[in-house]
Design a protein around this ligand. Structure first.
Ligand SMILES: [Zn+2]
Ligand SMILES: [Zn+2]
Length: 282
């Protein structure tokens, strides 16, 4: 009983001290930085500069100021996560491939008015990130989640969030002949199983289970929200949304901002399990 008591006190002390210590070591007076691999060389880049470059390539459809602020905080959170933990690479924090980490835009080649809007969003939210237990969280973002975001197996704290209204602009169809090698056979059905917010979780064909990831890759689908219709000899996937569908929904957050919500409301809606935190001021 006595030992258990000590353990409890120790855990309580560590929990109180660790986040503060980590914040001091990762975000000193000068902020944080990341090691970026761009082609042959690895270079160091300030977290605000990295966040700006990610925004240049990701924020094009973010028209409202408050939605842009929310996205700036989400991107900076991911950058802080990369800086602290890395993710996929051993000898540097991030690469510049959008398929692996995030793609980066070039400020020199960016329209002046757009760049000014992005810099304003960065200044207005300087040092703000989202945290889990006091540590930077991977606050992912997606172009459009259609009816809502989906469960993220890699970062389970990004819980599925339904949109106030499902997006009607990001809809598309993907067609292929049912006798294509990609499809199965005309006599076989592909049975789709859905999770929250109309997202496909997996499919069953020829007595085999295919994950949603496998289906999206196999048929080059734009999102995880899709239904299948077989018309004569054509398989038609009706798709809604754009991107992986996890975390902050840029399209829906833009609608939220247009109807008067602030960036903190948007962050609270999409990241209900995370806390807003300021890790540096200058
Ligand atoms: Zn990478
Ligand atoms: Zn949309």
């Amino acid at each position: 009983m006595k030992r258990f008591g000590w353990f409890f006190v120790l855990v309580a002390v560590l929990t109180a001290v660790l986040p503060i210590a980590a914040k001091k070591s990762v975000a000193g007076a000068g902020g944080m930085s990341l090691f970026v691999s761009g082609g042959a060389e690895v270079y160091e880049i300030d977290i605000e500069e990295y966040t700006l470059r990610v925004l240049i390539s990701e924020a094009k459809d973010c028209q409202s100021e408050q939605a842009l602020y929310a996205l700036a905080v989400a991107v900076r959170s991911c950058a802080a996560y990369f800086s602290l933990y890395g993710l996929k690479h051993e000898s540097f924090d991030v690469c510049t491939s959008g398929d692996c980490c995030f793609s980066l835009g070039d400020p020199q080649k960016t329209d002046g008015a757009y760049l000014a809007r992005l810099k304003n969003a960065l200044d207005a939210t300087k040092g703000e990130i989202l945290t889990l237990d006091g540590m930077p969280a991977m606050a992912l973002f997606t172009a459009c989640a259609g009816s809502g975001t989906r469960y993220c197996a890699e970062f389970p704290y990004l819980s599925p969030v339904a949109s106030a209204e499902r997006c009607s602009s990001h809809t598309s169809t993907v067609e292929l002949p049912t006798d294509s090698d990609l499809f199965f056979t005309t006599n076989d059905e592909l049975c789709l199983v859905y999770g929250e917010n109309e997202k496909c979780e997996f499919g069953i064909a020829q007595n085999k289970m295919l994950s949603a990831d496998e289906l999206v890759t196999r048929f080059s689908l734009p999102s995880y929200e899709f239904s299948l219709e077989i018309l004569d000899e054509t398989a038609v996937f009706h798709c809604r949304g754009l991107g992986h569908g996890c975390g902050l929904d840029i399209c829906a957050s833009d609608r939220m901002a247009k109807s008067g919500f602030g960036y903190k409301d948007i962050l609270l809606k999409y990241f209900p399990n995370l806390s807003a935190d300021k890790i540096y001021n200058n």
